[in-house]
Design a protein around this ligand. Sequence first.
Ligand code: MIG
Length: 799
Amino acid sequence: MITNTELEQKGNLFPAGLISYEHDQDTINFISKNGVRLQVTVLRDNMLRFRYSTNGIFEHDFSYAIDEDNPQGFNKLTVDDNESHVEIITEKFICRVAKDDLRVGMYELDGRKILEDELGFHWEETFEFGGSFVKMSKSSKDQENYFGLGDKPTNFNLKGKRLSLWNTDQYAYGKDTVELYKAVPFYMGLHSNICYGIFFDNTFKTHFDFCQERRNVTSFWADGGEMNYYFIYGPQMADVLTTYTDLTGKPELPPMWALGYHQSKWSYYPESKVREIAAKFRELNFPCDALYLDIDYMEGFRCFTWNKDYFPDPKRMVKELENDGFKTVAIIDPGIKIDLNYPVFKEALEKDYFCRRADGPKMRGKVWPGECYFPDFTNPEVREWWSGLYRELIGEIGVKGIWNDMNEPAVMEVPGKTFPLDVRHDYDGHPCSHRKAHNVYGMQMARGTYEGVKKFNFPKRPFIITRANYAGGQRYTSTWTGDNVASWEHLWLANVQIQRLCMSGMSFAGSDIGGFAEQPSGELFARWIQLGIFHPFCRVHSSGDHGEQEPWFFGDEVLGITKKYVELRYQLLPYLYTAFFHYVQEGIPILKPLVYYDQEDVQTHHRADEFIFGNQILVCPVQEPNVQGRRMYIPKGKWYNLWNNNVVTGGREMWVEAPLETIPVFIKEGAIIPKYPVQQYVDEKKIEEVQLDVYYKIGKENSEFYEDSHDGYEYRQGMFSHRTFKFTGKEDEMILRQHKNGKYSAPYKNFKLKVFGLPFEVKQIFFDNEEVKPADLEYNDEDKSFIISKEFSELHLVG
Ligand code: MIG
């Protein structure tokens, strides 16, 4: 146990007793005897913001993370004065601020403790940089567990870990590497079936300790800036996460092709190589929607140029690929080669858009092109210029997506692998050093890219992928987990990292399937594809120097298996798109770890292998070589094994068969899963009919199906269709009702309904309240299927 005296000897300072407090509409201001100010703002009934100033002065309030349009407003705020504390009561919970030291506690309305300050706010002044290290510590319960924090490659449950957030290029990182590409200073705590969230919106290097240093204490602190955090009350994890995602923002719907299968490699060049890869996919009927061009497409790694020896006519190539269903995605890095004959460099130089060192020289660093300068993406004028650079690439050549890399920012051959800390940034009119701007540099680059791609691809939707990001960056871009390795451990990591990103507001994420560094065995590749098709972003990518990584490279068996799974992804596109719609609308994560799915069941708090894809599909990857099956946890309820339709009862661990061609997948009973036919790429075919797989249940279950034209913005004018299927099953009767919102009507007319597990023989059928003959609905008794108009309102089967 660390005592205050020890901490004080180390130079830590604490708030002294309260002098006064006052409140207006939504904010309560506390002033303490030594000048510390605490501002508590009520944003939502379940969310408070806490800001501390050590000397009574607050700097201008500015954040890159917070979505300007985040929904705000609350129903109730009461401030009560007690002898020892001030009580802030919202409709959902109570916050108490102690009068003697400003320590804060959060309680449910019935008085149950959610979270209390341990030492609470304290700080240490730094003469070298000015400002302070700002610190916070909270007490933790024995059964309390922690989740979140972005892309950390460590156990899903963070209890016992100490981690820091400082965006870093970590080639071939490993389990427990402390700093990776992204900084998402948001976590959720869970105990006694109460979940809450802490979002520490501070872009300096931040640190989190989850009971590692001291068993019953969690703490977070930053190397500078303000103690500025949001407390979000659940009690359900879903409430916490959707509130956080509302606060920091949601992306727009991607074009559906971005959810297809993507193939990448460092590097596909020259043009003949790209064509060879494209042709092979089509020849093998292996679905693929996008091909990636890594840095070698450029002229000497100069961004926004083409190597004309390798790609003599990029516009023609991109067009021809597109005719064949392939969208081209091209990489763009932040480093701009120092070269007076290179127009992008010259313009940025003339306009003074490059970052400078504290004493004036420009920030110079080596990356792929050699010596480079780096645009200051935290300057809005620079972002605007940057977005304009995409005119040719997107607007004229027809590239459909942009891949931003190296934007931690990464610099080669220097200590720290990034900019020196004295580098200056505009920070949207709040000039600062790299200490403060480092963690948002990549996010602001991706933001400028997003604006550009959106502008020049309009009226089609933009697709961006970035390596580095900060909280809120999900508004602009998708992401991947960087330079992983072709190993079984990394397959495990990919599973954990993507689930964690989904728990951090960044659902549109995937890993380099098969591993970036080194080469996977065919078995590892097959297992990774089986997992990767259930990740929101699905791309095979690898470095150039370890052999081939196309699906056909591993022999016929692996090709057959991977093809079957990629086809399954294409069939499930409408289901995935619906999950994406919920993410975009409500901030609901696309993958749901079991703890999110059922926090009441404490078994789930330490599980990380299994997850729910969308709402109703349970997936559990095989993460070891040479196995025929594995043990896995099935959450409560009944589930159909996708491969044999056997029904299992959950709430327990069980052995599941999983030879190489099988990944354990279960469908929740009562679910209705919409499926497209297999296509080689999105919109290859005119869809004639959508299949609805119905998994029978005695009881009720709702399912949803969102559709629109797969690209463009007409959905914003109501041109979407959002269907809710209400299923009711009895021993001898099934009722399926449909409600529809939106004006869009897809070109196909019918659903093919297929009922699994129907417990009775169909004797009578009522369709929209009229009795019909089996033949009217083309009833097939063998597979229990019906063809019904997609505009049906009720199907009623009687046994
Ligand atoms: O220093 O562009 O993570 O996906 O293929 C390596 C080359 C730079 C790192 C990325 C990787 C990409 C590679 N890049």
